[in-house]
Design a protein around this ligand. Structure first.
Ligand SMILES: NC(=O)C1=CN([C@@H]2O[C@H](COP(=O)(O)OP(=O)(O)OC[C@H]3O[C@@H](n4cnc5c(N)ncnc54)[C@H](OP(=O)(O)O)[C@@H]3O)[C@@H](O)[C@H]2O)C=CC1
Ligand SMILES: O=C1CO[C@H](CO)[C@@H](O)[C@@H]1O
Length: 332
């Protein structure tokens, strides 16, 4: 066990501190493996856990956390739980119902940060805890206005079942519309973000709105293609990028540590996923060094930009958020 580092935070507009580093859990759902990995993460200083209804692992996470509370090793107040509303429960009557299920699974009476997972409300697969795909592999749209769902998010915020509310995978226009019509402004946006997709414009836009920023796929999500393997996933390997390797040698750190450190220094919360004990410790060992401005600039100036998560199974949805992907598809 390393001595747990102090993790820097950024204040959200509601005054709550968002840790700039946490533990991602997408595709971690083997109970034994996840419990072991999360235990190692918590013992080594991870405090933010990122999950979602559709990851199918909230109960495993809740059970693991309960063991930490019972043994007195951690208090609930020391943990920051982010979870997400699935795209098939966007109707106002469904939001709180779904949240209640998630609270039960996570063994808690509040969520620190609750996000609308996707701007594309869709039908549920009655057989699976997942969205429904049609015969072309597309999700089936449910026309529900974002403002209806956001109102329900505001209500659960007011009920104190969630301490902060936010969005994931929404574009600037969609966020702007919510902000203009909201009683409670979004506290956080979670989107893909790494050296090959730095999100400079969206990040600056969020800063101007006082919305904190979380980077998913901070290591380029090397195992993303295990999800929907029949889908075409864009190429892009941030962990083996020559610039990252060069800088990692200079600091005697690993490529993953350089990538995560860069996000933290940008003021972006990074949530790498790993179920490998050595990597879990490697990823959090980034608070004993600082990238200098020259190296930050070198990482910033990487010209090749590629969206690794185009989520094309949503491309026909009227609220599909990625105009770049949509335009490129139209030109094909
Ligand atoms: N809001 C959204 O729509 C989305 C949210 N997310 C969230 O963001 C989190 C992170 O994104 P994710 O897609 O998991 O991708 P990451 O960029 O975190 O990459 C995870 C992958 O990298 C491997 N890995 C972890 N650490 C290292 C290391 N030090 N060296 C080499 N390989 C490493 C892991 O393998 P192994 O586990 O085998 O060690 C795993 O295969 C998710 O887990 C989820 O919580 C992700 C995608 C979309
Ligand atoms: O969080 C998630 C992980 O990535 C998946 C693949 O695109 C998404 O469907 C999901 O929103």
């Amino acid at each position: 066990m390393i001595s747990p580092p102090k993790i820097p935070t950024v204040k959200m507009s509601n005054g709550i501190e968002l840790p700039l580093f946490g533990y991602g859990t997408w595709q971690a759902k083997d109970p034994e493996e996840l419990e072991k990995a999360l235990t190692i993460a918590l013992e080594n200083g991870y405090r933010l856990i990122d999950t979602a209804f559709v990851y199918g692992n909230e109960e495993i996470i809740g059970n693991t956390l309960q063991k930490f509370y019972d043994s007195g090793k951690l208090k609930r107040s020391e943990i920051f739980i982010t979870t997400k509303l699935p795209p098939f429960f966007h109707r106002s009557g469904e939001v709180e119902k779904c949240l209640n299920e998630q609270l039960k699974a996570l063994k808690t009476d509040y969520i620190d940060l609750y996000l609308i997972h996707s701007p594309c409300p869709c039908k549920k697969d009655p057989e699976k805890p997942m969205f429904y795909f049609d015969s072309n592999g597309m999700i089936v749209e449910e026309p529900i206005d974002h403002l209806e769902t956001w109102k329900a998010m505001e209500n659960i915020y007011k009920s104190k079942k969630v301490c902060s509310i936010g969005l994931s995978n929404f574009n600037e226009e969609q966020i702007e519309r919510i902000c203009k019509n909201a009683e409670i402004q979004p506290h956080n946006l979670q989107v893909e973000c790494h050296i090959l997709f730095p999100q400079n414009d969206l990040f600056n836009f969020c800063k101007s709105k006082n919305i904190t920023f979380t980077a998913y796929a901070p290591l380029g999500s090397p195992s993303r293609q295990n999800f929907l393997p029949d889908t075409e996933w864009p190429e892009g390997d941030v962990l083996h990028h020559s610039k990252v390797i060069e800088i990692s040698k200079k600091y005697n750190k690993t490529p993953a540590q350089i990538l995560l450190r860069q996000l933290v220094q940008r003021g972006i919360s990074a949530i790498p996923k790993s179920v490998t004990p050595s990597r879990i410790i490697e990823n959090i060992s980034i608070f004993d060094f600082k990238l200098d401005s020259e190296d930050l600039k070198a990482l910033e100036s990487i010209k090749q930009h590629v969206r690794l998560f185009p989520m094309k199974f949503r491309i026909q949805h009227s609220q599909y958020p990625y105009k770049d992907v949509f335009e490129a598809e139209k030109r094909k």
